[in-house]
Structure formats: C-alpha cells, structure tokens
Design a protein around this ligand. Structure first.
Ligand code: B3K
Ligand code: ZN
Length: 872
C-alpha cells in the first residue's frame, strides 16, 4: 500500500447530503440497503468513487434505474460509478457476515452466537465495511437509520440520533428508526442489536433540554454500570459549567462490550465502550480502574463537541479532536480528584509511552505528514503529546482567554470539519495573539531537551538563567527548529522560601512563565538576595526533557519545600535518577543517601497526603531509566532499581514500615473517598518496600491482606506482591482468585496480567503455560493484551531475555494474532520499539526476530507498517 500524505489533501469531489440506511440484521448475514443523496463539487470533474471493503454487492440503482454492468466497477476497495449527476440518488444493497468478522472493525458479533449481540466500530475506516460511502471525515451527512431484526433474538435495536418510530413486522420481526439532526462524518455511525439490559436516568441540560441517559450491557453485569452513569452526569455538568457546552440529542446511549479493539468510541448518541472502561464495582475494580472509568466516560462524552460537532477535516488532524479531548478530560479529572496527583499520573504516562515513541523509529509529529494505515496513528504522540500542546496554548491564553478562544472555535466550526490551523486561529483571534509559532510543535517530532544553567552574582544580586533547547534528529526529520517553550518557574532561597521575582524592571510575584523561543536565551533576575534554587518547568509546563545540573542537596530542598505538588514529586524523581547513578560501581552513593534521607523525613511528616507520599516513595519506572541509557540491559536496570528501592526500605526500617502498614490497614474498607483511596495506595507501596527488606513478614501480611480484602484494590495489591516474589502463598492465592472470578472476564484479565509481570527469565515459561489455559484466547483483545501485552510492554526484564526467546515467541504470536485482528497485532508490535538501543546481544536477537516477522508475506497492512518502521 502506498503512503497517504497530508500535502495531497483535496476537497471531496462528491459529498453525501443525506443517507438512508436500512439494515436487516442477522448474525451470519446482514443486508444493508443505503440510499445516498449525492452532491457534486462543481469545481471538480472526477467520477463518483465510493469506498467499500469486503462487501457482497447485491444490487445497485441510480435514481431508481438498475445499473448495467458497464456503468460501474467494484474492485480493490473502490466502487466507481459512471455518469452520475449532481443531486442523484444512488441505492446499493450489500451483504456482510458479522460472525466471521474477527478484526472487530465494521459490523461484528460480541460474545457467543447464542447470547452475544451485534455492534459496529467505524473509526477510523470501518464504515466502508458496512456500505459504500466516501469514507473520509470531511463528508458530513444527515443520517436516517432503520433497523430490522427478529424480535426474540434482537429485542434491543439501537442507532445514533433521536428515536423516530418503532414497530412490529410479520414473522416475529420488528423495526426501529433513528434520525440524527446533526450532520456527521460516517466514522461516527453506530448500531447495536441484541439482548441487553439497561439502567436509565433523566437529565436536564443547562439550556433546558430533557435528555434520557441509558447505559446498556448484558444482563449479568448491568448493576456494575451505576458508577459510569454517575460519571456521565458529572461530565455533562462539568462541560456545561467549564465550556458552556450542552448535550444536543434527546437520548444518550452507552453500551458495554467485552470485545473491543480500544478503550471506547464516541459514536454520536451511541457511545460504545470496552467493558473495562465502563463496568466498576468494589469487588472487581481497583481504585485506578474507577478513575479510568470516570476519565474515559468523560473523554467520550466531551467528544460530542470536540470531535463530533466540530470534526476533523482529514485523519492528519486527528489530534485536533484527540489531543483536545484528552486535555479536557485531564482538566475534568483534576477537578473531580486531586489536581497534582492527576498531573503526576499524566506526566508519568507521557514519559512511559510517548517519550520512548518520540525517541525511536516510530517517532512522528503530533500531526503526521504521512501514513499507510491510519489505525496505527492513534498513538501516545497524537493523544498525550497532543494534549500537552493544548495545555501550553491554554496556559499561554490564561483561563478566560482560553475559554474565549474555545467559544470562537465552536462558533466558527460547529457542523464542520476543521484543521489544526483553524483551531489555533480561533484561539489566537479571540485573544489578538498570534499562536502560529506553536504550529511548529505539531509538525516536529522528537522530545526537545531543555538545558538550564543558572549563575548567581552576589555583588550585583543577580541571578542569570540561561535556557537552551535542542531536539535530536528523528526519522525523516534531520533538521530541527527551535520551538516556543513556556517555562514556568519560581526561585527558592536555601531555606526553602519562595523569592519574589524581578525581571526587566518588573515585579512578577513568586512565579512566572518565561518563553524560550530561540535556540538559547538568557534571563536575568534582579534583587535576588542569595543564591537561589530554581524550580523549573513547574506543573510540567512543556513536554520536554529538562537537563539541569542540580546537586542532590538542591533537589532535596525542592522535594522538601516546593509548593507546586507536581514539581515536588518531580524533584524526587530527579533525585532518584541521581541516586540510581550513585549506586553504580563508579558512584559514591551520596545521592542515594540524600534521596533516602529526604524521603525518610517526608515519611514522618503528617502534613503530606498519603497518596502523594506513595508516589514520592516510588522511583521512576524501568522504562524511564532505560530511556536515559544508550546500551540498555533491562535485566540490569531491573536489578539496580530493586537495589535502589531496597536502600530506601532500609533507611525507613522494618519497624517503621510495619507500623505504618498497620496504621493504614486499620482503616481497611472499600470506600471510594479520596482519603480511603490514598490510604490503600500508600499501604500498597509500604508493603512493596517491606517485601524488599523482610520478605517473610511481607508475604505473611500480604497473604492476610489477600484473604481479608474488602475490595479489588487491596486484593490485587496483595496478590501482586506474592506473585512477583514467587512467595509460597502465591499458588493458593492465584487459585483462589481464578475460582472467585471464573465468570468475570475483566478480573480474570488481571489474573493473567499479574502473572505476566513476573520479572526476569522465568516469565516466558509462565506466559507459555498460561496460553494453554482454557480461558485464554487470541480472539479477545482484552485477554490478548492482558497476557501478551503485559509481558512485552510492561515487563522489560521478562520480555528482553538475553537469549532472545522472548522476542521469538512474541513475534510468532504477533503473526498468529495478525490473521485474526490486525489492529491489535500492530498495536502490540510496538513493544519492539527501542530495540536499537538495547545492548548488542539483545539487539541482535531482537533484530533477528523482527526481520523474520517482516519477511513473512502474509502480514496485514497494519502490522507490516509497524514492523517496517520499527526495523528502520
Ligand atoms: N476515537 C476513538 C478511537 C478510535 C480508534 C480507531 N482505531 C476513541 C477515543 O479516542 O475516544
Ligand atoms: Zn478520543
């Protein structure tokens, strides 16, 4: 397949003003009749070309006349029809086979033939698997959808839009019709049909519109949908308050499925969710999962305005809806929970997923310049880095300015397909600010390094800060330009007090934002009474890697005193990096001592929130340590990180750890309030540390915690310690867990996942054994991700065996999975990213496994693109 390029964008020659779809549903065969009311762009003279994949064409008419064979041609995914006039109506009737659709794109079956239900997934290009259509996001149409099916087998019939009638048909069949008044792109089309239960709630929008909210799932899990329904209501209120955005249909349906390629999908009026992000109950969901449900419900809901009402002109603009919607979700979650904790979580995610992507062969700009398979570009860069870019813009404009800009964006582009330029212009125009320089962030890949160097002149009472930026070369981008980098900063004196800032004769209070927009710039602060410690990039004000030669003592000071919760944690992370280095044979261990001492002081500080303390006590992950090295040995990194944590555990001491564990355990319960969650988070961290020091006691406590746990958070934390350490008690706990959750696929995924996390050489054998469990299947994306994804992407020391057996095994599974579900295979394959920076033995082995995979001739376009790119 050839590459599709942003520069080749052309307006559609044909659009569809409205579409009527009649769908005759069946599990083996579904027939779809579509009537397209076509409009021609008078400026173009191209013939009508419609996308269509794997469609069995049954009939075709133009303005009521059956077409002769010579009038159309269907080949290679395109239906070309000759001599079509403006305003014509094209009717096609096609057949598709849902039960055979294992790729889970288009119309497919979730669950078994007997009890499962039918549903669709269209983004990015699934609609062409349902009917012939110009499958591109800049074709907006009005939809009328009529569903017909056997009532007993498909009692519930749903499509996006407002209900517009329903009734009986002969032979035990029935029908239902839906009309959507809002023009929309076809990737937002959805239907659902089957036996489903629901819970409902009335909702009155701020602008006075009555909406019925309905959550749907299979009967056995419907009582686990209440939390999501609450989260939906909170999201709707929040969007009204924060952005003045109201919901715009009479009903809002949300459906849970266990068979889904991604997290969820924002189809207009009919969101479809991976059950993992919709179902929640204390017995089977952890605190993190509750937060994830809230976040994903909000994200999909927020798409109704950022994505649906204003959509993307083409898929290169994907971050226009995704980056922006992630940002809105982050704001929402920060408001609902703790803002600094949310920021820590998001930046950790960025560093764990996006930084490595940006540093390796898969690096691409937030707005890519080309792609072969668009589904491969739903990446951490487009989502997470994209959100960071919106955050910078929002920071530049301030809260009111950003709101003004967003209002103008909606006003200008409602009902249309927009570009990133449109977005920046609206934000800028509403504030008379030129934001064009920020477009460079969307076009340039790679994480900028921000170098900071300060020097103090006591005589002149001046502190000068030199900032410099450098972005390394990435594939296809040898030259890099300086970007505008907002650097939020404060200065502390050596006692940990904030200093007032004076710059260019202006008093700026205690915090300001410097914008570095050249390769290097110097900023001079006046009236600085003593040599300060700078707190830089506060709140992570730009997605860059900060390089600043802090001493351990300076970082310890920030860790103890910074009032910016994020930067306080960040100082601890930087100090942990130095501590890690100081434990190397060449190091003197002093930074490690400084890190342990600083954390020991915080451990005893009652004013620190338990959840923040838990995060402070956690050093950067193995992937982040690896990101700084050139010849990565994951086994060694694992061992050294364990050693680092052991030092910390020793400094805190067995007695203190056990005492704290018991204090926290005394409050055991399953309440979801912030304090209870924080206690569970710290308890888990304390238990983890204790296990490094006194495994015997820790395992006894873990076994007891497992047995008496009130909810999944405590139960899984205990299981995790036992399994990771291969403790004597692990076998019984695992057996208990599997039995307890035999009928709960989401919990069973955790059972697979925890075992796939076992560090080091033994993991592979465990994974191979688990594959033979009757409950394992490559057909279910969640299950495949839980076992194979966890192994390859969340367990570096397990996957990267020196003998290469992990790579060979995984590559083989990717090929098998590819034949079933190319999107999932391609996604999992990104685990090979970074192989070029492995130490030579592993590098060679990874290369061999990848090359063997690339040599196969039967790979999908999805997997092929990832493997080819990662190899380069
Ligand atoms: N827009 C969908 C993702 C679609 C992925 C297609 N491969 C979910 C979301 O970001 O909200
Ligand atoms: Zn999204």
């Amino acid at each position: 397949a050839s590459a599709i390029r942003l520069d080749d964008y052309r307006r559609p020659a044909w659009t569809v003003a409205s579409i009527e779809l009649d769908v005759d549903l069946g599990i083996d065969r579904t027939e779809i009749t579509s009537r397209l009311h076509l409009r021609r762009d008078p400026a173009q003279s191209l013939p009508l070309r419609l996308d269509g994949e794997n469609l069995e064409l049954l009939s075709i008419t133009l303005d009521g006349r059956a077409l002769a064979d010579a009038d159309y041609r269907y080949a290679d995914g395109v239906l070309e029809v000759a001599a079509v006039q403006d305003n014509s109506t094209l009717e096609t009737r096609v057949r598709v086979r849902p039960a055979e659709n294992t790729a889970l794109e288009g119309l497919y079956l979730s669950g078994s033939r007997e009890t499962g239900f039918l549903l669709t997934q269209c983004e990015a290009e699934g609609f062409r698997h349902i009917t012939f259509f110009p499958d591109r996001p800049d074709v907006l149409s009005r939809y009328t959808v009529t569903l017909r099916a056997e009532r007993a087998r498909f009692p519930v019939l749903l499509a996006g839009g407002n209900p517009d009638g329903a009734g009986e048909l002969p032979d035990g069949r029935h029908w239902a019709r839906f009309v959507d008044p809002h023009p929309r792109p076809c990737y937002l089309f959805a239907l659902v049909a089957g036996r489903l239960e629901s819970i409902r709630r009335d909702y009155l929008t701020a602008d006075g519109h009555n909406v019925l909210l309905v959550m749907w799932s299979e009967a056995n899990v419907i009582d686990r949908c209440h939390y999501a329904l609450d989260a939906l209501e909170r999201s709707m209120r929040w969007d009204e308050r924060s952005y003045g955005r109201n919901y715009d249909l009479d009903v809002f349906h949300v459906v849970a499925t266990h068979d889904f390629n991604m997290g969820a999908m924002e189809n207009k009026g009919l969101n479809i969710f991976n059950a993992k992000y919709l179902l929640a109950d204390p017995d089977s969901s952890t605190d993190e999962e509750y937060r994830a449900v809230e976040a994903v419900v909000a994200h999909e809901y927020f798409h109704n305005w950022t994505g649906n009402r204003v959509t993307c002109r083409d898929w290169f603009q994907l971050s226009l809806k995704e980056g922006l919607t992630v940002f809105r979700e982050q704001q929402f979650s920060a408001d609902m929970n703790s803002a600094p904790l949310k920021r820590i979580e998001d930046v950790s995610l960025l560093r764990r997923t996006q930084f490595p992507e940006d540093a390796g062969p898969l690096a691409h700009p937030v707005r890519p310049a080309e792609y072969r398979e668009i589904n491969n570009f739903y990446t951490a860069t487009v989502y997470e880095k994209g959100s960071e870019l919106v955050r910078m813009l929002a920071g530049r404009l301030g809260q009111d300015g950003f709101r003004r800009g967003m209002d103008l964006y909606f006003e200008r582009h409602d009902g249309h397909a927009a570009t990133l330029e449109d977005f920046l212009s609206a934000l800028g125009d509403a504030n008379q600010i030129d934001l064009k320089p920020y477009l460079a962030w969307y076009a340039q890949s790679g994480t900028p390094r921000l170098h900071a160097k300060g020097s103090y002149n006591a005589e002149r009472r001046e502190y000068s800060l030199t900032l410099a930026q450098l972005t390394r070369t990435t594939p296809g981008q040898p030259e890099k330009l300086p970007l505008p980098i907002p650097v939020k900063l404060a200065l502390f004196d050596r006692h940990g007090h904030l200093l007032p800032l004076h710059l260019d004769g202006q008093a700026l209070g205690s915090e300001t934002v410097l914008v570095l927009d050249k390769a290097e710039q110097r900023f001079v602060f006046h009236n600085v009474p003593s040599s300060p410690v700078p707190s830089l990039l506060r709140g992570f004000s730009a997605p860059v890697v900060l390089e600043c030669d802090y001493t351990p003592a300076e970082l310890a000071l920030l860790l103890a005193h910074d009032v910016d919760g994020f930067n306080r944690w960040e100082a601890g992370q930087q100090l942990a990096m130095l501590a890690f280095d100081s434990l190397q044979p060449t190091g003197d261990g002093s930074a490690c001592k400084a890190w342990c001492d600083a954390l020991a002081a915080l451990f005893d500080n009652p004013s620190i929130d338990d959840a923040l303390l838990a995060d402070l006590l956690t050093p950067p992950g193995e992937i982040e340590f690896a990101d700084r090295q050139s010849e990565v040995d994951p086994a060694q990194i694992h061992a050294q990180r364990q050693h680092l944590q052991q030092q910390l555990a020793q400094r805190l001491g067995v007695t203190a750890l056990i005492a704290r564990y018991h204090t926290l355990a005394a409050h055991a319960g399953q309440q979801l309030d912030a304090v209870s969650q924080a206690q569970r988070r710290l308890k888990r961290r304390v238990l983890d540390l204790l296990a490094l020091l006194d495994a015997h006691q820790a395992h006894a406590l873990a076994a007891r915690q497992y047995a008496s746990a009130h909810g999944m958070t405590d139960r899984l934390a205990a299981l995790g310690v036992l399994v990771r350490d291969q403790a004597a008690q692990a076998t019984a706990a695992l057996a208990d867990f599997r039995q307890r959750y035999a009928d709960n696929p989401l919990a069973l995924d955790k059972w697979f996942g925890e075992q796939a996390k076992l560090p080091g050489e033994p993991t592979l054998a465990v994974v191979m054994r688990l594959e033979n469990e009757p409950a394992f299947t490559l057909k279910n994306p969640n299950r495949a991700r839980a076992l194979l994804g966890t192994f390859a992407s969340a367990n570096p020391s397990g996957f990267h065996r020196a003998d290469g057996a992990g790579y060979r095994f995984f590559a083989e599974r990717l090929a098998q999975l590819d034949a079933i579900n190319p999107q999932i295979a391609a996604r999992l394959a990104t685990a090979f990213n970074g192989w070029q920076r492995l130490e030579p033995v592993r590098r060679e082995a990874a290369h061999a496994a990848l090359a063997a995979l690339a040599a196969r001739e039967d790979l999908s376009r999805n997997l092929n693109e990832i493997v080819a790119n990662v190899l380069q």
